[in-house]
Ligand binder design. Structure first.
Ligand code: HEM
Length: 495
């Protein structure tokens, strides 16, 4: 009996102890949670609806985020976004670096999935999870095509397109009709990527004047615009549209455009395979895509062909356009560049400074990268971004932060080795993003920018005919910009 009493007392005490321990742990968790949440970055006062409207309105998101950052007076803040506990906008470059360089950070699928509809619902090197299936083999399989040597071997194939560009620019110079800079540059870069990345596939976008039947390059551009507008813009605002608008002509047309795009990618593969170059062509990107046996089928391969075509043309095209607009606005910079390029060609150091400054002031990937952070991230003002938050790092805002001298002016000299801010700029301005999911094509992009600008600057003088209007739709574009073009007089060569 005594034994029984003692034993039930012991059990009771153990139960109380256990209950106290559980309560203690729960309390500690609650306190930790409260402590973390009290240090959360401030919330933008706009409602969910208003926030969505601003973030999806054509043309305005980068400028709206810039204004919001300055109105709130903080470089890290939260937005109300449906179905997300924490959506944090990080405009501080150091904090963004920490998040991007964390190997455990992930691409949040709810933001990237709509893009996969453009590739028939198939995930791509751009949209897939870093820690899921398929991304790593796709990245490793293509990486060899982006070495400096291979890119410089491939750039020779751009020469005919530079001759086409001369035909277009000379015509503008003769007729004195101003040149629509964005259209011209984006068509040029479609042609260049076809030649340098895809085994010389003839896109014929720049010189196509046949309105009745578009060239492959022009048709690709039209289909892309149609598909992206529906899947990444309209359905992003109203996800139900996918189900409620099945018979809507815009949705039907977008699906047809996406199908044509995938067929186009297959045609590019077929034409290349038929050329018999797959096995010996170590330089070209398409050879690496063809020979990567880790793709489960050609559909996955085509989805990546399309991704490279998309990621590899309007980014470089609009960057060129922004830089040409800046040169047109700044005749002294333009003349200095023309002189140096005449002597040093694509290796001109001043050209390099101009490109870096163009990418800083007008980052075409203006909304930057978005990542789910794997661990809590401390902000520089003592706050905490909790693990699991979706963090948007808008390059347009980050690259115009107040620590940069005259942040909204185009000043290539700030990048010169030895300039007071040059070292910080090299570390904290990252237009190609950072970390495992940075831009695989950045060397190719830089080679294209150097080649095209070094071709234009000693030959043509530019001035503004109509100022650009910033337009954001997946990339930041200088819309409606027109430039006057005139031929430069040949300067006598130095003895
Ligand atoms: C000025 C030109 C370019 C800029 C500013 C640029 C910028 C970027 C940025 C910021 C990212 C990261 C996106 C993210 O975090 O979600 C990215 C990714 C990517 N870029 Fe570029 N890009 C350029 C040109 C190119 C070119 C020429 C190619 C290839 C032909 C290319 C192919 C890609 C691909 C495939 C990815 C996804 C990589 C991955 O997730 O593993 N880009 N680019």
């Amino acid at each position: 009996m005594t034994w029984q009493l003692n034993s039930s007392k012991r059990n009771g005490a153990a139960l109380v102890g256990l209950a106290l321990a559980v309560c203690g742990i729960a309390l500690a968790r609650l306190l930790r949670r409260r402590l973390r949440f009290s240090a959360l970055p401030p919330m933008c006062p706009l409602s969910m609806r208003e926030t969505l409207r601003e973030m999806t309105a054509r043309g305005t998101p980068p400028g709206w985020l810039y204004r919001t950052r300055h109105e709130l007076g903080t470089s890290v803040f939260r937005l109300r976004i449906p179905a997300l506990e924490h959506f944090v906008v990080v405009c501080d470059a150091e904090t963004a670096r920490t998040i991007l360089l964390d190997t455990k950070a992930e691409k949040p699928q709810n933001f990237y999935k709509p893009m996969a509809q453009v590739t028939g619902g198939i995930g791509t090197i751009f949209t897939k999870k870093t820690h899921g299936e398929g991304w790593e083999h796709a990245r490793k399989g293509s990486a060899h095509a982006f070495t400096s040597v291979r890119i410089s071997n491939n750039m020779a194939a751009a020469a005919p397109h530079l001759a086409d560009l001369d035909a277009v620019m000379a015509e503008h110079a003769r007729g004195q009709a101003p040149m629509p800079v964005s259209e011209t540059m984006v068509r040029l870069t479609v042609d260049i990527i076809g030649s340098t990345g895809f085994g010389g596939y003839p896109m014929n976008a720049l010189l196509d004047s046949d309105e009745a039947s578009a060239s492959d390059g022009r048709q690709f551009m039209l289909d892309l615009e149609t598909a992206l507008l529906e899947f990444t813009s309209k359905q992003a605002v109203n996800p139900l549209r996918r189900f409620t608008h099945v018979w809507h002509p815009e949705v039907i047309e977008a699906k047809a455009a996406a199908l044509r795009l995938m067929h186009f990618a297959q045609r590019i593969l077929d034409v290349y395979r038929a050329s018999g170059r797959c096995e010996h062509d170590a330089d070209s990107l398409i050879a690496h895509l063809c020979n990567n046996q880790m793709y489960p089928s050609d559909s996955e391969r085509c989805a990546d062909v399309l991704t490279y075509l998309v990621a590899g043309h309007d980014t470089t095209g609009y960057t060129l356009s922004w830089i040409l607009c800046e040169l047109a606005r700044n005749p002294e910079i333009q003349d200095k560049l023309a002189g140096e390029v005449e002597e040093k060609g694509t290796e001109s150091p001043y050209l390099q400074l101009i490109i870096k400054e163009g990418l800083r002031l007008h980052p075409v990937g203006a909304l930057g990268s978005i990542r789910t952070c794997a661990t809590d991230v401390a902000t520089r003002d003592g706050g905490v971004i909790p693990a699991g938050s979706s963090c948007l790092m808008p390059f347009y805002v980050i690259f115009r932060e107040g620590w940069i001298e005259n942040p909204t002016s185009f000043v290539p000299e700030r990048w010169k080795v030895g300039a007071p801010q040059a070292k910080d700029l090299e570390r904290l301005i990252f237009p190609f993003s950072l970390g495992r999911r940075d831009c695989i094509g950045q060397r190719m992009a830089m080679a294209q920018l150097r080649t095209v600008l070094a071709h234009i600057s000693p030959r043509y003088k530019l001035s503004i005919a109509r100022e650009p209007v910033s337009d954001y739709f997946l990339t930041l574009k200088p819309a409606n910009a027109f430039l006057h073009v005139s031929l430069r007089e040949k300067r006598p060569k130095r003895a």
